[in-house]
Design a protein around this ligand. Structure first.
Ligand code: FES
Length: 174
């Protein structure tokens, strides 16, 4: 090993401990979630969901943090997190609109709903409105085809929408 790589004799290179950006409250809530399952790994999705609610999105720190908290390899955390479309990797608005564009919703007007939404919000998919209020994304079937075209805003379902009625729905979210 060269002197450059060896460092000073008798000293080991130690990285300073990185301070977690995640609150104690979040750590406690994740720990509490693990108690609901026989295997703490099963709290993976609830933990990712809690972080998304706290930060607005997931990132590399979130993956590392959850991997450490639940003793799961980071690759497994990332694999799960990237599989679910309700978990996101981009900053979002205070309210996230998920518009279903699957078959039933498309046949009953999802595309014109999306077109209207983009005009009304003035943003494209994945972008945040200038006031930080909304962002929107397309999503696959949310299991409410009987109310197509359907959307989710945060955790709330809204169905049988038209370009006119979606405006009234948006007014409920500040
Ligand atoms: S296709 Fe839209 S809810 Fe099923």
């Amino acid at each position: 090993m060269s002197a450059q790589h060896a460092g000073r004799a008798g000293q080991t290179a130690e990285r300073p401990e990185r301070k977690s950006v995640f609150s104690n409250d979040l750590v406690e809530r994740i720990e509490k979630a693990t108690l609901r399952y026989p295997d703490r790994k099963a709290a993976l999705i609830p933990a990712l969901n809690m972080i998304q609610r706290e930060l607005g999105y997931l990132n590399r720190d979130a993956v590392r943090f959850v991997a450490k908290q639940l003793s799961i390899p980071e690759s497994e955390v990332y694999g799960t997190a990237s599989f679910y479309s309700l978990l996101g990797w981009q900053p979002t608005g205070r309210h996230v609109i998920h518009v279903c564009h699957n078959l039933s919703c498309s046949l009953l007007g999802a595309e014109s709903l999306i077109e209207h939404l983009e005009k009304k919000l003035g943003v494209g998919e994945g972008e945040v409105t200038p006031d930080g209020r909304f962002s929107y994304a397309r999503i696959e079937c949310i299991g409410r085809c009987d109310g197509a075209p359907a959307i989710l805003i945060d955790d709330d379902y809204h169905g049988n929408l038209t370009p006119e009625s979606i405006e009234q729905v948006l007014e409920q979210y500040t």
